[in-house]
Ligand binder design. Structure first.
Ligand SMILES: [Zn+2]
Ligand SMILES: [Zn+2]
Length: 254
């Protein structure tokens, strides 16, 4: 094909691309008009600047105001490290949870898990990222969702930590991996167990698979209760050469 014909071909191709982009834009606009985004708490229609929650609901969320930078536990005042961590810190290096496990975050997480509403966790991830950026949390090299055993996954149909990780990863541009840490043992449910019992229950239940040298990793879960799972995963990550482990949670109960 001569140069003249090729340039006509390129122009035609570009015009077709522009036209399809315009059609897609018009489709999204009409879709938004027909099905506008609504606040996940009060159901009002959101403006273009609002995500997941309307501004009124957002400011009323149970933010973690001041917490221990090491374990993430809420603390009064301007201290950076709690007494417990001064004595015996957890094996992970840093913990960031955006919200207390309180109204309406607790209810939304429960709805997601037990009413089969995975969309809710994806939208809560947007608020998590807003808080992550506002608190200038350092970015890891990779995100790891808390893995779920295959039989548990079949029961629920989805892993809420993975949904959360996917949405966060897309927003902050940090990759995630579901293969680095694998849950090989189907452990008993953790509810009602103490930290010590949880640690015993989880002992050797995870496996590590990676040939890459990982330096900085963030373990992500929807709710952190005692941190037993995060400690068990951190143990296996550090044993395999990871230098710095962060724990990221949508909410914590401590
Ligand atoms: Zn609202
Ligand atoms: Zn602490």
């Amino acid at each position: 094909m001569n140069t003249f014909l090729r340039s006509i071909d390129v122009r035609k191709h570009r015009r077709a691309l522009n036209e399809s982009a315009l059609i897609a834009k018009a489709f999204i606009k009409s879709f938004n008009w027909l099905f506008p985004s609504r606040c996940i708490q009060c159901d009002c229609i959101l403006t273009d600047m609002e995500e997941a929650f309307c501004d009124t609901c957002y400011i009323g969320l149970p933010f973690v105001e001041n917490c221990c930078a090491r374990c993430g536990q809420s603390m009064p005042g301007d201290f950076h490290c709690c007494g417990q961590c001064l004595n015996k810190p957890p094996n992970y290096d840093n913990c960031f949870c955006a919200f207390e496990y309180a109204n309406p975050i607790d209810d939304l997480i429960v709805q997601c898990k037990y009413n089969q509403r995975p969309d809710l966790i994806e939208r809560l991830a947007l608020s998590f990222v807003t808080e992550l950026k506002a608190n200038e949390i350092p970015m890891p090299d990779i995100l790891i969702p808390v893995p779920m055993h295959i039989s548990r996954l079949r029961q629920r149909g989805f892993n809420q930590s993975l949904l959360l990780v996917k949405a966060i990863s897309q927003r902050i541009g940090v990759p995630y991996s579901t293969s680095i840490v694998y849950k090989r043992k189907n452990t008993k449910p953790q509810a009602g167990l103490t930290l010590k019992q949880r640690q015993l229950n989880l002992n050797d239940s995870f496996e590590f698979h990676s040939k890459d040298q990982l330096r900085h990793v963030a373990i992500v879960d929807d709710v952190f209760t005692t941190g037993a799972t995060a400690r068990e995963i951190t143990k296996i990550l550090k044993r395999n050469g990871v230098d710095y482990v962060q724990v990221w949670g949508l909410a914590h109960t401590f």
